[in-house]
Design a protein around this ligand. Structure first.
Ligand code: UD1
Length: 416
């Protein structure tokens, strides 16, 4: 499936099961390098990024299996080749997060330097500086980072910016370091709290994850565990955006309202009704959305991953909204695609000014990345005629059964 055909749809009605969080499971998978034995993860989405992270673990010497739908078993026999090759790191930047655990457990790691991507450059200087504080040293040769650390020693790590990846890499190294590490200005995303609870179950001593200061008291060894991945807040946000555009009433089964407070508040300002439900999140959209201004920030601010969804919603909302990106330069490539669908959007530096139109016009477009691809499908729910979203494999990196889930609640969407 590399293309998705979408026709104007709505109202959407029914229940959408929300899958496990991509941005959590990838880090939990990396964390299995910290202890030998057999791990079992539940609520693991069947998406390309999980397959690729599985390939990376397999290349290093682990056994990765899917014993049942939603489950992932990882067996680590204690003898890994601590190396992440370029072909895999290039495909999935998140694989850089194996650096911390490999250093902590094996004292060395050879990891390909990730390149830039469609969002622009994505440096890893903060990851490396944080690990250096714990005593690691790095050399760069032939596109690889050669990392060494005979014994990591706990230290204070002050991050220049609350980077998700840098917080995770330092946390994953600190759990086996000697003594106490304090990460200040840590990222506070729910996926980091999930990683910490996984590590604590393994026997680590992590306090404060989910806040700006994380304290880690190093332990000598960790043990494998069973764990259920938290729900994917970006997937839930995507279905809320689809509901906002197409109208209707949905139950997002398994979604966590408390992981997406700010997003829910914004959609409330736009005219949707959303509330926590014993089974997840209940939501209703009865009229055309009202335009709002949106600015992305680290959690608990509005996630940069939600941004294309806001632009898609504003494209057919009533009024003018300004969307400001504060995290990644140049994350506006999909805007040209929305303009091809008749949207009225101007970008200037890290701002996009979106003037809502009652209806867009179906057109062939291309998905530039995971979230932007999903946002194009969302926008197409309110486009006259047919929209064909090409390069849909990007969407499959992060969304499990995206087309089926949309169809099940009444959207006129099909893989083609
Ligand atoms: C993670 C998420 C991604 C999300 C992002 C921000 C995963 C797999 N990906 O990405 O979906 O959009 O958080 O919520 O979890 N930076 C540096 N130096 C560094 C590290 C980061 O300059 O060493 C910059 C980045 O270029 C970016 C900003 O810091 O401008 C935030 O990046 P970061 O929080 O690290 O994002 P990721 O962990 O890459």
């Amino acid at each position: 499936m590399d293309r998705i055909a979408v026709r104007q749809s709505g109202p959407l009605e029914g229940t959408v099961p929300i899958s496990g969080a991509k941005n959590s499971v990838l880090k939990l998978m990396a964390a299995t390098a910290l202890a030998p034995g057999e791990f079992l993860l539940h609520n693991v989405p069947d998406i390309a990024d999980v397959t690729w992270m599985g390939e990376l673990l397999t290349t290093m010497g682990m056994t990765v299996e899917r014993p049942a739908p939603g489950d992932l078993r990882i067996i680590h026999d204690g003898t890994l080749v601590p190396e992440a090759p370029y072909e895999l790191v290039e495909r999935m930047r998140a694989s850089i997060v194996v650096l911390g655990p490999l250093l902590a457990r094996y004292g060395r790691a050879r990891v390909a330097l990730p390149g830039g991507d469609d969002f622009g450059p994505r440096p890893i200087d903060m990851h490396l500086r944080g690990l250096e504080e714990l005593g690691a040293s790095f050399e760069f040769a032939h596109g690889y980072i050669e990392a060494r650390a005979d014994q990591l020693i706990g230290a204070r790590v002050l991050l220049e910016f609350p980077s998700v990846g840098a917080t995770e890499n330092v946390l994953l190294a600190a759990v086996l370091a000697k003594g106490t590490t304090v990460i200040d200005n840590a990222a506070r995303e729910p996926e980091i709290a999930d990683l910490a609870s996984f590590l604590n179950r393994m026997g680590a001593r992590v306090l404060g994850a989910g806040s700006s200061t994380i304290q880690v008291d190093g332990v000598e060894q960790l043990a494998p565990v069973e764990h259920t991945v938290i729900p994917d807040r970006v997937e839930a946000a995507t279905f809320l955006a689809a509901l906002g555009v197409a109208g209707g009433e949905l139950l997002l089964a398994g979604a966590r309202h408390d992981h997406m407070d700010m997003y829910v508040a914004k959609l409330g300002e736009m005219g949707m009704r959303i509330s926590p439900d014993s089974e997840g999140i209940w939501a209703m959209s009865a009229r055309r959305l009202r335009a709002v201004d949106v600015s992305t920030l680290p959690y608990p601010g509005l996630a940069t991953d939600y941004k294309p969804l806001f632009v898609a919603m504003l494209a057919t909302a009533d009024g003018v909204g300004i969307v400001t990106e504060n995290l990644f330069a140049g994350r506006f490539r999909y805007v040209d695609e929305l303009v091809r669908m008749g949207a009225d959007i101007r970008t200037e530096g890290h701002h996009a000014v979106v003037r809502g139109r009652p209806l867009l016009s179906g057109a062939p477009v291309r998905a530039p990345d995971i979230r932007a691809g999903a946002a194009l499908v969302v926008a197409a729910l309110k486009a006259e005629g047919e929209t064909i979203v090409g390069d849909a494999h990007h969407i499959g990196r992060g969304y499990e059964r995206f087309v089926e889930k949309l169809r099940a609640v009444g959207a006129d969407v099909r893989a083609c």
